[in-house]
Design a protein around this ligand. Structure first.
Ligand SMILES: *Cc1c(COP(=O)(O)O)cnc(C)c1O
Ligand SMILES: [Zn+2]
Length: 428
């Protein structure tokens, strides 16, 4: 039987799985889905056989693993765009750059809307439909809104996106507009808008799909399950990922603990979470201890991890401890160069994703990650999410948020040539 339980160890209040809740009503803590006993005996075989099936649910790289997050009673309410199914890619040039003998990328940018948010969103939208919701909402300008808009549209429910008026970037919103989401610019800051949307959600029966939604976390666990399945359930030594709101860190840790407890893997990999220097509250907290302190004005060109007050930090802390994990941070220059290297492997990713390789380069230099370690780095978003960044980097025009020029150390500029075969032949 599935339930929601408060993550706060001093509270542990329990709620029905169908309660419309985003936080514990007793202590305000984060909520987590928990299940009764799961029989894992035949599951590896079942998961493998489903890859030959033409049933939509089996073709989804999320719902293929549905026994491992059984929060729905009825799968008729699932909307799938065949999310997940993302490849493991070997990248020798990136391995060398990262100080490793070998390196594998799990590329979540191959998802329907181009980021791992789809793994979680298919679950969040399924829960919305199960609760009978006609509308879903989030406060976001980035990949969350793109993903929510797509899944809501496919499910035939209305998507409402709220964002602060003024600093709207159409590049990031383009997908949401195309998928038909209704978008509202509010004359308020992020926190004020979130409070407003919560009031409206209560009053009008709108389901919130922000990052703390526990069902999104359940879906994101499948990034790990699928990766393990693709490796015949051989756990790697390290899993490296970027950290923003820390939802993915929470999901990965929960997936690993559960897979280990069920005997699907025989050891726990270590998590390495990488933040951008200008938005590194979790890194600071892990270094300093004491109270968790938000970063007032988070800055980084890796906008997907430009988060000053990551809501899921208590879960992430637990997962870093459970996995003997580490947290590090990298500069804008380091992210930009690592991203260009990933591009040169023929793989490519969005800036936030490249924090993984930049972080690995540091961690191997420090001896934290051994050169011969078995490492999977998760690339979270597609290369086409941020073409403006790419063009600027390769033409030497990329500037960090503080105005410092980022050197295009691995730049690749186009060359102007005359309409003349000889001249072009010489240029070649
Ligand atoms: C959302 C997102 C992140 C950050 O993930 P968190 O779960 O918030 O830590 C990183 N990269 C990309 C591409 C994202 O869309
Ligand atoms: Zn509580």
């Amino acid at each position: 039987m599935a339930e929601l339980i408060c993550f706060n160890a001093d509270c542990r209040a329990r709620y029905a799985i169908t309660d419309v809740l985003y936080n514990c009503t007793k202590c305000g803590g984060l909520l987590e889905a928990v299940y009764g006993a799961i029989d894992a005996c035949d599951l590896k075989r079942v998961f493998r056989e489903r890859r030959m099936s033409n049933a939509p649910l089996d073709q989804s790289g999320v719902w293929r693993y549905r026994e491992l997050f059984p929060f729905l009673g009825d799968y008729a309410q699932v909307t799938t765009l065949r999310e997940g199914n993302t490849p493991l890619l070997d990248a020798p040039a990136a391995a060398e750059y990262g100080g490793l003998d070998r390196l594998t990328f799990k590329h979540q940018g191959f998802n329907p809307t181009g980021s791992f948010k789809d793994n979680g969103m298919t679950c969040g939208v399924a829960q919305a439909r199960r609760l009978g919701m006609k509308r879903v909402a989030c406060v976001s300008t980035g990949n969350t809104s793109a993903s929510m808009a797509a899944y809501a549209a496919a499910a035939g429910i209305e998507a409402l996106i709220f964002l602060p008026h003024g600093n709207i970037s159409f590049g990031k919103l383009a997908q949401a507009l195309e998928y038909g989401a209704r978008t509202f610019e509010v004359e308020a800051n992020f926190d004020q808008i979130l409070a407003l949307v919560r009031v409206l959600a209560e009053r009008l029966g709108i389901y919130l799909l922000n990052s703390v939604n526990p069902f999104r976390i359940e879906g994101q666990k499948t990034i790990i399950f699928e990766m393990l399945d693709q490796r015949d359930w051989r756990a790697p030594d390290w899993i490296v990922l970027p950290g923003g709101n820390l939802g993915n860190t929470s999901a990965f840790g929960k997936a690993l603990r559960e897979a280990h407890a069920l005997g699907l893997i025989d050891k726990m990999p270590r998590l390495a979470v990488i933040q951008a220097e200008g938005s590194a509250p979790f890194y600071d907290f892990m270094q300093r201890g004491g109270e968790f302190r938000a970063v007032e004005k988070p800055e980084t060109l890796a906008t997907a991890i430009r988060i000053g007050d990551p809501v899921s930090w208590p879960k992430a802390l637990h997962e870093i401890r459970s996995s003997c994990g580490v947290v590090d941070k990298v500069s804008e220059q380091e992210i930009a160069d690592a991203k260009a290297i990933i591009g040169r492997c023929g793989i490519g990713c969005e800036p936030a994703s490249a924090a993984t390789l930049a972080g690995l380069r540091k961690l191997t230099a420090q001896g934290v990650v051994a050169r011969d370690a078995d490492v999977v780095a998760v690339l979270t978003g597609n290369v086409l999410k941020d073409p403006d960044y790419i063009y600027r980097y390769h033409t030497g025009q990329l500037k960090a948020p503080d105005g410092a020029r980022i050197e295009s150390r691995f730049g690749n500029q186009s060359v102007v040539v005359p309409n003349d075969a000889d001249a072009i032949a010489r240029a070649l």
